[in-house]
Design a protein around this ligand. Structure first.
Ligand code: SF4
Length: 406
């Protein structure tokens, strides 16, 4: 059996570590002609399901089609309905060889493999330190941490990657940065759900992140490091002045991105953000003092949103000099909000949003996400399994409990 991966600009982040873990057994599909009996692996997120489906339909008959990634992991029955023969749900590194062996007719399938005949589980908890962050011929930003102990109700991360934060060690990260620098790369980026929590269990401990960046900057003075400029890479209550000032001298990004999502204390409580509205305002103040430009994520159309309170906070942030990064609520599969209908936006709210956009203080793909949001809602209604994320079980009442201890 030949194994191929359908790699695109959007899914290379998930495929690169997987190709590394597969030790050469999977080749890129580009330029190849798979035949009957060969297997093609896909990985995609919810916004890309239709595009993936078009590609899938063009594959010759007899090719075995396997889906992985956030959308199939959260909604395996939809992926099977799209025409996939198998769905791998969750993190792949640890199970990739047993998956490939099984497709070759050897051994048992991994526990998280789904098919029309078989329900699976979700594979979580990969110790990323044991695996390469990328395949040598497909370099991507280095994932320094995986997993998130928070339980934001709209987010797939804790449901698909688990709540335990697993970190790559300082030494390992340095080794991989060296590989990138040796290839002539000047811009070095990282992936983490919680930058200020690097090295810990979820609480803020900026010194660990700063030590990492200091060490890297010393070793590679000509490289440019970026941290905090991916969406919601920092949590607002983790942002404090002296670490931010120190960070400013170590990184090349001028902006920092953190999540507010709503301006309503009640909504923040219901979506279990674990921080307050004041935390957001203070984080913006501190970022500006440290000479960063804050960009603050908001989600429009949450099923129980309070438009007025969000608008008030957005205007306040804009007056301070921050920008609003606006998203529209996507009911992502496997999250507690998967079956909640997105809320249409009112005329007055839209007019105010247009004013902020015109003034250059609000941007984002929220309009484009509106159509997809309803479509996802319908797909969830049709294909959700009666699975409440294990990570949420027993935590139904948990909210605003603050940061986990270090
Ligand atoms: S803190 Fe970020 S990664 Fe963690 S659950 Fe919330 S949105 Fe997701």
């Amino acid at each position: 059996v030949n194994f191929y991966a359908y790699i695109t600009g959007k899914n290379k982040y998930s495929f690169s570590p997987l190709l590394a873990a597969a030790t050469g057994r999977i080749k890129p599909l580009k330029g190849q002609k798979p035949g009957a009996g060969d297997a093609v692996l896909f990985s995609f997120q919810s916004p890309d399901w239709k595009e993936t489906w078009e590609t899938l339909k063009r594959l010759p008959r007899g090719v075995v089609k396997v889906a992985g990634g956030a959308h199939p992991s959260g909604l395996p029955l939809h992926a099977l309905d799209m025409g996939f023969d198998f769905v791998f749900s969750g993190e792949g590194e640890e199970h990739i060889h047993s998956l490939l062996n099984f497709l070759e007719g050897r051994g048992e399938p991994p526990p998280c493999l789904w098919s029309r005949e078989r329900m699976g589980t979700v594979c979580r908890g990969v110790e990323i330190e044991k695996f390469a962050p990328f395949a040598e011929d497909l370099p991507i930003p280095i994932e320094i941490t995986r997993g998130c102990p928070f339980l934001c109700a709209y987010c797939q991360t804790p449901r698909l990657s688990g709540r335990k934060m697993r970190h790559r060690s300082l030494e390992t990260i340095v080794r991989w940065v060296e590989k990138l620098v040796n290839r002539g790369m000047k811009d070095i980026r990282f992936i983490t759900p919680n930058g200020m929590g690097y090295g810990g269990r979820g609480g803020a401990q900026p010194q660990r992140l700063l030590s990492l960046l200091r060490l890297l900057k010393k070793k590679y003075p000509r490289a440019r490091f970026y941290m905090g400029s991916f969406p919601s890479e920092f949590r607002p209550e983790h942002i404090s002045l002296s670490p931010m000032k120190a960070l400013r001298n170590l990184v090349s990004n001028r902006r920092v991105i953190f999540g507010a999502q709503s301006g309503s204390p009640e909504v923040l409580r219901r979506i279990k953000r674990g921080h307050t509205v004041e935390d957001v305002v203070r984080a913006a103040e501190v970022s500006l003092k440290a000479n960063f430009r804050p960009e603050v994520d908001f989600i429009f159309g949450l099923p129980f949103d309070d438009e007025e309170e969000s608008l008030r906070l957005m205007k306040r942030l804009a007056e301070m000099g921050a920008r609003v990064h606006a998203h529209y609520f996507l009911p992502l599969p496997s999250t507690p909000l998967a079956l909640e209908k997105p809320r249409p936006l009112s005329g007055p709210f839209l007019r105010e949003v247009e004013k902020l956009t015109g003034a250059g203080t609000l941007f984002g793909q929220w309009k484009r996400q509106m159509a997809l949001s309803l479509e996802l809602y319908r797909l969830n209604r049709m294909f959700s399994t009666p699975y409440v994320g294990e990570e949420d079980k027993g935590n139904e009442k948990e909210n605003n409990r603050g940061a986990p201890s270090r």
